[in-house]
Design a protein around this ligand. Structure first.
Ligand code: HSE
Length: 444
């Protein structure tokens, strides 16, 4: 059979990995795909030196600085978009589809924002858009959710899906250093970008959980409705107190189906620092690694672990998509695996719940005057809001100080009730400053 021809857009860390792994494992990959997959064209940029690198490395391929030429080239079957961002990448992806090409992309931001438009265009044109590398790098989580778990009603997903944040939190816990100190170290080691906003503010993880929610529940991509809270405000004190109480703090992406009445049924879609019982396997995922825990009604909990970023781990996912697309290239489009796991006319309109309606446990840290009646006042306010206490911890005052930290762990409660109670607690004369609030997930 004729080889399938690929145009690679972008020759950065991932693009270079795709080229290398495809060359190295060419014969195994062809035996799996049933035909050869060849990168015939590469587009790269002179400004960042990737054009020169591609010219030196990609022997046998045509290397250009104009990606548009590749998406319009009639000889190319698959466009592999590894540029990133949501502007040029969006135009090129839609152009490639319009020219009848399949697209393989690692671009989570693009799909989380414009997935609905891109999948509709691909469906109309009868081409595939594959995106395994967009979520959790080398972990085949898209394949698992879309195919391996297709017998199940997915109940929830909770994932450590941002390696940079996990590296920072792990290091803060191990060394007792502050967020700012560890961020600098992460930048020095090349884990964190010079502008780390997307990683440390939970936006990158929100892109990824948006994509997983869509496939798990058969809903459109709705990044605009995802709640994202990062790790920038976490302190050493909270990491230490959590540990004393038997928890680890992780930045989790969480999506959960809430089966209530029509009025309160919906999908939770959120990213935030979370206390997890330390005995859970996922609580022990350290450094820059990723892990995704998926709960299906039939299979129960399943855990997927691996490298969430990096040149060859991400290339592994990109090439798996190239193989998939190659296998399905000649299949009738109606009989391919749907982009979002469910047939496009079977997507559900179940709403995404606002964060105020989310139910979880809560860790509250309050700075209070060490005097009689303070705890009684706090617990009365919590009871008035129907919030039940699971554990209480009062730290000893340091010598010469009349203020202490009180930590309250609550049973599951509705977020708006907890926020309402916290406001009243903060207004007590005996409570100093603002309380710290971190959600808890038991992940049973
Ligand atoms: N910046 C991401 C992370 C990797 O730190 O996990 C790419 O999604």
């Amino acid at each position: 059979m004729k080889p399938l021809k690929v145009g690679l857009l972008g020759f950065g860390t991932v693009g270079g990995g795709v080229w290398r792994v495809l060359q190295r494992n060419q014969s195994e990959i062809s035996r799996r795909a049933g035909r050869e997959i060849i990168i015939t064209h590469v587009a790269a940029r002179a400004a960042d030196g990737s054009l020169e690198r591609a010219k030196a490395e990609c022997v046998g391929a045509i290397v250009v600085d104009d990606a548009e030429k590749i998406v319009r080239d009639p000889s190319i079957d698959i466009v592999c978009e590894l540029i990133g961002g949501t502007t040029i990448a969006r135009t090129l992806t839609l152009d490639a589809i319009a020219h009848g090409k399949h697209v393989v992309t690692a671009n989570k931001a693009l799909l989380a924002h414009y997935g609905t438009e891109i999948f509709a265009a691909a469906h109309a044109k009868g081409v595939m858009v594959a995106f395994e590398a967009a979520v959790a790098g080398g972990i085949p989580i898209i394949k698992a959710l879309r195919e391996g778990l297709s017998a199940n009603r997915i109940e929830w997903i909770a994932g450590i899906i941002n390696g940079t944040s996990n590296f920072i939190l792990s290091t803060m816990r191990e060394t007792g250093a502050s967020f700012e100190e560890v961020l600098k170290e992460a930048q020095r080691l090349g884990y964190a970008e010079a502008d780390p906003t997307f990683d440390v503010e939970g936006i990158d993880a929100a892109h990824k959980i948006t994509i997983m929610a869509s496939i798990a529940f058969g809903i459109p991509m709705q990044f605009d409705k995802a709640y994202a809270e990062g790790i920038t405000k976490l302190t050493r004190a909270d990491i230490r107190y959590a540990e004393e109480l038997g928890y680890r703090i992780k930045l989790l992406g969480i999506t959960r189906r809430v089966n209530g009445t029509v009025a309160d049924r919906g999908i939770e879609l959120r990213v935030h620092p979370t206390l997890i019982p330390e005995k859970r396997l996922i609580a022990n995922v350290e450094g820059a690694m990723n892990a995704v825990l998926v709960k299906g009604d039939a299979v129960g909990p399943t855990l997927y672990y691996g490298a969430g970023a990096g040149s060859e781990p991400t290339a592994s996912a990109v090439i798996a998509d190239l193989v998939d697309v190659t296998r399905m290239h000649t299949a009738d489009p109606e009989h391919r695996v749907p982009h979002l796991a469910f047939k496009p006319d079977q997507l559900s309109a179940i709403p995404i719940l606002p964060i105020s309606e989310v139910k979880s446990g809560y860790y509250l840290r309050l700075r209070v005057l060490d005097q009689p009646g303070v705890l009684a006042d706090i617990t009365r306010i919590l009871a008035d809001h129907s919030i039940s206490i699971e554990a209480l911890l009062q730290k000893e005052a340091t010598e010469g100080e009349d203020e202490v930290d009180i930590i309250v762990l609550t049973h599951d409660a509705i977020e708006k009730e907890v926020r309402g109670a916290l406001k009243k607690i903060e207004a007590l004369g005996s409570v100093k400053g603002e309380g710290i609030i971190i959600r808890i997930e038991g992940l049973h």
